[in-house]
Write a protein that binds this ligand. Structure first.
Ligand SMILES: Cc1cc2nc3c(=O)[nH]c(=O)nc-3n(C[C@H](O)[C@H](O)[C@H](O)COP(=O)(O)OP(=O)(O)OC[C@H]3O[C@@H](n4cnc5c(N)ncnc54)[C@H](O)[C@@H]3O)c2cc1C
Length: 328
């Protein structure tokens, strides 16, 4: 770990004024400290944001919820308004990490956690995400956990978050503040595909702080399900995960959301595919057709072709479970 200086600002504008390319915000530290200990992240200055007033979950005037960036993953998952109105989000958070980690991890930090690609975490090998232009050993190496959608010649890493898959399906909005002012970013636009700049995971500028995540008014409350498939029953990242949400009129789908985790550099959604469900009855045949459409552009690497079949089955099961009320 390289030496670094440390400060703990008391308000958002102080935090933003301290930010820059050589500094990092630190919240729960559950990802950043690991990266620093392995010399993958080498900030010269840490800005401890845990004293900022961003720990509230409150209702918005439009009937949605505003979640402060420092609300812990545990507090969010167990918050009564989240459990009652957005059970998909609660399920997704509780499918991740461990109780201890969820107590420390923050909402903002969860969005910005970095990939779990083995090569990214090994400073002795090249990695375009870590050292742009150095190469991608995962493409021809051990790539069982890597992307099947949206990858590039430079990077085949996946985004590891569970929470973000649910936030993508729920069409959350990310509120950020930097020296240029405040702005909001639609969740679908927040994370990036790797293209030829895989070192950039998202659209944030160096001085921008996530202040809150906004959830639109609750929908899909009765018919949603988060399904996570992993190597171990707990304390493991998703090989494939699915956030499925339906609105039903009788047994006919009137609206649908579908997002995949573990398969791409960002939570994967395809609005055109979701529309294939609308106006159709709930049926295995329709769910299989949607799964096929969702995966039509999937490109396997040497060791992860199994993910295509797994994702197909997981989509069908998650939609089926959502249709009967999210019970599995
Ligand atoms: C063993 C282990 C297992 C895990 N399993 C899972 C899992 O199954 N599913 C899952 O989803 N996650 C899992 N995680 C990841 C965990 O959820 C993340 O590490 C956590 O959410 C990060 O939050 P944090 O507050 O600790 O972030 P930090 O480590 O403090 O920060 C992470 C990054 O976010 C930046 N940052 C933090 N807050 C802000 C902000 N408000 N604005 C701008 N930048 C900010 C930091 O600068 C840093 O770059 C696991 C982690 C570990 C260690």
């Amino acid at each position: 770990m390289n030496p670094f200086s440390y400060s703990k600002p008391e308000d958002v504008s102080q935090a933003i004024n301290l930010a820059g390319p050589a500094s990092r915000f630190i919240a729960g530290g559950t990802n950043l400290l690991d990266l620093m200990k392995e010399n993958i992240a080498r900030p010269e200055h840490l800005i401890d944001i845990t004293g900022l007033p961003l720990k509230e979950v409150r209702e918005t005037g439009s009937g949605g919820l505003m979640i402060g960036a420092l609300v812990s993953n545990a507090d969010l998952a167990w918050h009564p308004l989240i459990e009652q109105r957005y059970p998909l989000l609660s399920q997704a958070i509780l499918a991740g990490a461990s109780p201890q980690l969820r107590n420390m991890a923050s909402t903002g930090g969860n969005l910005l956690q970095r990939t779990r690609c083995y090569y990214f975490y090994d400073a002795s090998v090249p990695c375009n995400k870590r050292e742009p232009g150095s190469g991608c050993p995962a493409k021809d190496g051990l790539n069982r956990i890597h992307a099947i959608l949206g990858a590039s010649a430079e990077c085949v890493a996946t985004h590891p978050s569970d929470m973000c898959v649910a936030l993508a399906a729920l069409e959350a909005v990310v509120h950020v503040e930097g020296r240029a002012g405040k702005r909001t970013i639609e969740f679908a636009d927040f994370h990036r595909l790797p293209e030829d700049t895989p070192q950039r995971d998202n659209q944030l500028a160096d001085d921008e702080l996530i202040t809150a995540i906004e959830l639109p008014p609750a929908r899909f409350t009765r018919h949603s399900h988060y399904l996570k498939i992993r190597d171990r029953a707990s304390y493991a990242f998703a090989l494939v995960s699915v956030a499925a949400a339906l609105e039903l009129d009788g047994d006919v789908v009137s609206d649908a959301r579908l997002a995949l985790g573990g398969v791409a550099h960002k939570p994967w959604r395809d609005k055109a595919v979701e529309q294939l469900l609308v106006g159709k009855p709930v049926s295995r045949e329709n769910f299989v057709a949607v799964a096929d459409a969702m995966l039509r552009d999937a490109q396997p690497l040497a060791h992860n072709a199994f993910k295509i079949k797994l994702a197909r089955r997981a989509i069908v099961r998650a939609l089926s479970d959502a249709a009967v009320g999210g019970q599995s």
